[in-house]
Design a protein around this ligand. Structure first.
Ligand code: SF4
Ligand code: SF4
Length: 435
């Protein structure tokens, strides 16, 4: 007959295998969704890119543009990182049927890690509570914004509640262990919290509390692993590659359109090759009408977006009551990429549902953008919403010849005189460079 002890191990091992298989399937879908975009081409300035990973992804530098929120986020982030060490031990324990297997071998390092996790967990608990209050009681405008209506609002709350459950599970286990494990080191919190909460329990009662805390923590961790691919919290993984692949300064630089370059060159400095290429070329499509026309960097950014709303909060178009919200642009790109991957078979080359990104993002939104870059400056994870807006506009204006009617005189003037102001003067004359 199988003992309860062996049964618990078998259940945990089967659960771990099931979660691993499901997680693989879910995360590989995100990978495929990002790969719907066009390849990024040559990745240059690799040293600069690694510095950005260290500074902005590991170092959270931009979070501190808003110091209090940055500090709170830092508590949660460092607690998350350090808890991984304890989590490895908990997983080994679950598989081998041991308890605190690393404790006898790691001495003072163990006390340091587990003690730090406890202290950071308390700080993370405070931060999580503040974050919940900001969203649900104080209703800060960027969290009460219509972009987050429905699922995104619930998603943020679910994760925060999950984080609280993680901390409760950990403190239950540590507190009970501090009372009945003879070699348990004295930890800053559980050495007094344990006696306070569980002081009157028998050894078997303490064992049950410790096990319940362990299972609560592990079940929430496994729940998170399966839930995160559906959540804005993908940023905990994707912020790192996104910081690497994000556009480097100068941030306002627009990407070239090789078809246009070729055509202009064929007009001004005609070479036989260019003229042949232009005359043989089918009428090209400019810009992007769907996620498959965007580059993979933009799709990675969409899945990285934390939905924090700092971009929308600083967007002059949004502030002055326009429909445009850069956060919503990023959310729309992600929703559309998910829809494409859901509705197309892997054998298909492109979207097959007859929809485009313009079913998610209206002309009114993209033409309200002043290209001021405030959203790019504000984003803590180096996302560039404007890059996507540029591409959507290019499609509308260059491919579909659509756009606000007020812009037409400007286009005509540029075409005829090289000036936006309908004066016979090249717009670069004021530089005196003769260019
Ligand atoms: S670049 Fe456009 S979307 Fe970004 S803040 Fe400026 S107006 Fe808003
Ligand atoms: S684009 Fe950046 S600033 Fe805007 S919501 Fe997403 S993470 Fe926040």
């Amino acid at each position: 007959m199988i003992s309860a002890f062996l049964l618990e191990r078998i259940v945990f091992i089967l659960l771990t295998i099931t979660v691993s298989v499901l997680a693989y399937r879910l995360y590989i879908r995100i990978f495929h969704a990002i790969r719907l975009g066009k390849p990024l081409g040559k990745i240059d300035r690799k040293d600069d890119r690694w510095k950005r990973v260290l500074l902005y992804a590991f170092g959270q530098r931009k979070m501190f543009d808003r110091p209090l929120a940055g500090l709170m986020h830092l508590f949660i982030y460092t607690a998350f990182l350090l808890t991984q060490v304890e989590l490895i031990e908990m997983m080994i324990d679950g598989i081998l049927g041991t308890h605190r297997i690393l404790m006898p071998y790691t001495g003072v390092f163990y006390v340091f890690i587990v003690g730090s996790v406890e202290l950071l967990s308390v700080l993370a608990l405070v931060a999580t509570t503040v974050f919940l209050l900001r969203r649900n009681v104080l209703k800060l405008p960027r969290f009460a914004h219509e972009d987050l209506r429905g699922w995104p609002f619930l998603d943020a709350n679910l994760i925060l509640v999950g984080e609280i459950l993680l901390i409760i599970g950990l403190l239950m286990m540590n507190g009970a262990d501090s009372l009945y494990l003879s070699d348990m080191p004295s930890l800053p919190l559980s050495s007094w919290l344990g006696p306070l909460l569980w002081g009157g329990l028998s050894e078997s009662g303490l064992h049950i509390v410790s096990k319940a805390g362990w299972w609560l923590h592990m079940l929430v961790v496994y729940g998170f692993i399966l839930y995160i691919p559906f959540s804005k919290h993908l940023h905990i993984f994707l912020a790192f590659p996104n910081a690497y692949y994000a556009p480097l300064p100068p941030k306002a630089k627009m990407s070239h359109m090789p078809e246009v370059t070729r055509e202009i060159r064929a007009m001004f400095e005609p070479t036989a090759a260019d003229q042949a290429a232009v005359s043989e070329e089918e009428l090209p499509e400019f810009g992007a009408k769907d996620v498959t026309d965007l580059d993979r960097g933009s799709l990675l950014a969409a899945f990285t977006c934390t939905e924090c709303g700092r971009c929308t909060d600083s967007c002059p178009a949004n502030i002055t009551g326009k429909k445009l919200s850069p956060r919503k642009i990023m959310m729309a790109v992600r929703d559309r990429a998910e829809e494409v991957i859901r509705t197309q078979s892997l054998a298909e080359k492109g979207p097959s549902d007859g929809k485009t990104l313009f079913d998610y993002i209206s002309d009114e939104e993209i033409f309200a953008c002043t290209t001021c870059m405030a959203c790019v400056e504000a984003c803590p994870v180096l996302i560039h919403p404007l890059k996507i807006i540029y591409e959507l506009r290019r499609y509308k204006i260059l491919t579909q010849a659509q756009g606000p009617s007020e812009w037409i005189p400007m286009f005509t003037s540029l075409e005829n005189s090289g000036s936006v102001w309908q004066v016979q003067m090249r717009r670069t004359d004021w530089t005196g460079t003769g260019n």
